[in-house]
Design a protein around this ligand. Structure first.
Ligand SMILES: Nc1nc2c(ncn2[C@@H]2O[C@H](COP(=O)(O)OP(=O)(O)OP(=O)(O)O)[C@@H](O)[C@H]2O)c(=O)[nH]1
Length: 601
């Protein structure tokens, strides 16, 4: 039995990070009895360990809630979870496109932040009705009335019906359920008699069931035994199981118009399922596919290499496994003169990079060296062709290059007035161009255009430290612009270390080069000979440091007598060596790479 359309509400929750989205979702699940209290783990929606530890949401999830409203009617509420971080904007957009309304959660003690704006504008772009929820009213610092006005003023939403709640204590949460039923619209279309038409919202790999595909049904029904066709890829599959998440997986006989649910078939890889694709029945196809989605494009690349070359096979297996569940992560094999075999990997952004790296190290027990993150440059060559450059090491000879273009972003930063000066300077130092400066209550809202290349290093960390954590930040890619970019190489003992080469703006090259050489001088241990460290553009050295020679006999202090002590010291030294990489005759500790690449200003 499918639910009639006017008794279905599909909604998502949009919020700035930490404003209480997950806490509210948990409350809604709890209140509608979807979970027994004792089964209620904290934040059930954030299922992966890392997500839970870091308190961030990565994978979009959906939960069906059964709710009997005060009017006595039974409703099916589908909560579609969306990630809150900028890197996952693409996942946010596809989840929003699949539902009709949003709860906009705003922390009543903090007010509107950068991601509040970015996320709510996406919801508005998707024609969502929006219920404003002011959360954390239990906090002494909460000013719900003031924040209500702020929402109206800054976003232009009618907040007269705003629901004031504390997701933590549960206060006001039942009103949220009523608001969902009465203020959000049911699905706008849906013909149960028409041929099947469904949107592929998400997919992931499950060790027992294979690929699980999350769908939103538009027309018709989806059930076991049907042969379905993915209209974009043309692939056909037999449906083996249909079901919903409550949030535990429950099988159902069929899914009808307006409903969310999942199906499984013999689909081997997540890569076979294209998010945004239209699913129809093979023998009775829908006439028109849904407007397609753009696949997520990786914007940041870096090389990942095992510290111990013998671990390469393990790395190969691990990236393959991760990719099964994350089609937005891409990789191809790379060989580096310095680092041996590894992978060049593409990510949606810096947080995505960090998460993947951490999962590889933690879940697969790998010790990795990551090279400097790089954006995708566009090279216009003299022969008229255009080349995309993912790796500075692949840069062709400069005489072949007519011009280089780099990606730019538009960043929105909200900050208390006190830190504005420092932030303006940071943006200016990073070649930023100010587009706007206005005020949201007592806080400044800055709009800046910045080269992504200047943001991938440590912009976010710097912003947080300048503003003592109070500034919020959001960005989206805008365009490619020509820039005076040069490849800077780092030479250790006259040997170029490819993993440390990078593209920099000519005006910043000398400063970066000098900082890099100074840093490496501190980080590379003394050897028995003098080691020059140089930064160079083409053949021209722009910075230089020298590590003096040192004769060091670690066993000298053992007076030759105690053999076991001597052995222990030698073992210890060997252990230290394992985490080193040899460049020509020089050993560079892994730590030196990480630190050199992490440069502050
Ligand atoms: N005092 C108070 N704290 C709350 C309330 N709601 C949430 N919090 C706390 O605020 C913090 C962030 O809440 P989350 O629900 O994880 O926030 P989120 O928006 O889901 O964050 P992300 O998943 O990282 O985007 C947690 O420490 C919660 O315990 C509330 O009503 N009152």
């Amino acid at each position: 039995m499918t639910t009639p359309l006017d008794h279905i509400r599909n909604f998502s929750i949009v919020a700035h990070i930490d404003h209480g989205k997950s806490t509210l979702a948990d409350r809604l699940i709890q209140l509608t009895g979807a979970l027994e209290e004792r089964d209620m783990k904290e934040q059930v929606l954030d299922s992966m360990d890392i997500e839970r530890e870091r308190g961030i949401t990565i994978k979009a999830q959906t939960v069906r809630l059964n709710y009997r409203a005060k009017n006595g009617e039974d409703y099916v509420l589908n909560l579609i979870d969306t990630p809150g971080h900028v890197d996952f904007a693409y996942e946010v957009s596809r989840s929003l496109a699949a539902c009709e309304g949003s709860l906009l959660v705003v922390d009543a003690s903090q007010g509107v932040e950068a991601q509040t704006l970015a996320n709510v504008y996406q919801a508005i772009d998707n024609n969502h009705e929006i219920v404003v929820v002011l959360n954390k009213v239990d906090l002494p610092a909460a000013e719900p009335e003031r924040i209500r006005e702020q929402v109206e003023e800054v976003i232009g939403l009618d907040a007269s019906n705003a629901v004031m709640i504390s997701a933590k204590t549960g206060l006001g949460v039942p009103d949220v359920l009523e608001a969902i039923v009465h203020q959000l619209p049911p699905p706008r279309e849906g013909d149960i008699a028409a041929p099947l038409k469904a949107m592929l919202v998400d997919s992931w790999y499950d060790a027992y069931l294979g690929v699980i595909v999350l769908v939103r049904i538009i027309d018709g029904v989806l059930k076991k035994g049907q042969t379905i066709r993915m209209m974009g890829t043309g692939a056909k599959y037999l449906v083996e199981r249909t079901g919903v998440f409550k949030p535990a997986r429950v099988n159902v006989d069929e899914l009808g118009p307006g409903e969310f649910g999942f199906f499984t078939g013999s689909i081997k890889e997540v890569a076979d399922t294209r998010v945004g694709d239209t699913i129809t029945e093979d023998r009775r196809q829908t006439a028109k596919a849904l407007p397609g989605f753009k696949p997520a494009q990786p914007v940041v690349f870096c090389g990942l290499f095992p510290v111990d070359a013998a671990d390469f096979e393990d790395l190969r297996a691990a990236v393959g496994k991760l990719r099964l569940n994350d089609a937005s992560f891409s990789y191809e094999m790379e060989t580096s003169a310095a680092l041996g075999f590894g992978y060049r990997c593409g990510f949606l952004g810096l947080l995505h990079l960090e998460i993947i790296q951490e999962r590889l190290e933690r879940e697969f027990n790998l010790d990795l060296i990551a090279t400097a993150p790089s954006v995708v440059y566009r090279l216009n060559l003299n022969d008229g062709s255009v080349k995309e450059l993912h790796n500075p090491a692949d840069m062709p000879d400069v005489v072949k290059i007519a011009s280089i273009e780099e990606p730019w972003i538009r960043a929105t930063i909200l900050t208390p007035d006190d830190y504005l000066g420092g932030i303006l300077k940071l943006c200016q130092d990073r070649r930023g161009i100010q587009a706007d400066l206005s005020y949201v209550g007592k806080r400044a809202m800055l709009t800046y255009d910045l080269p992504l290349n200047e943001v991938v290093f440590d912009f976010y960390d710097r912003l947080k430290s300048i503003s003592k954590g109070y500034a919020s930040f959001d960005y989206h890619l805008t365009d490619y612009r020509e820039g005076d970019l040069v490849k800077m190489s780092i030479l250790v003992n006259e040997e170029p270390v490819d993993a440390l080469s990078m593209l920099v703006h000519r005006t910043a090259a000398e400063k970066r080069g000098r900082a890099m050489c100074e840093k490496l001088k501190e980080l590379i241990p003394h050897h028995l000979f003098k080691i020059p460290i140089q930064a160079a553009i083409g053949g021209k050295v722009i910075a230089r440091e020298t590590i003096s020679a040192l004769r060091k006999d670690v066993t000298a202090k053992c007076y030759g007598g105690d053999v076991t002590r001597k052995r222990k010291l030698l073992d210890k030294q060997k252990e230290g060596k394992k985490r080193m990489r040899q460049f020509g005759k020089v050993d560079i500790p892994q730590e030196a790479f990480i630190q050199a690449l992490k440069m502050g200003d």
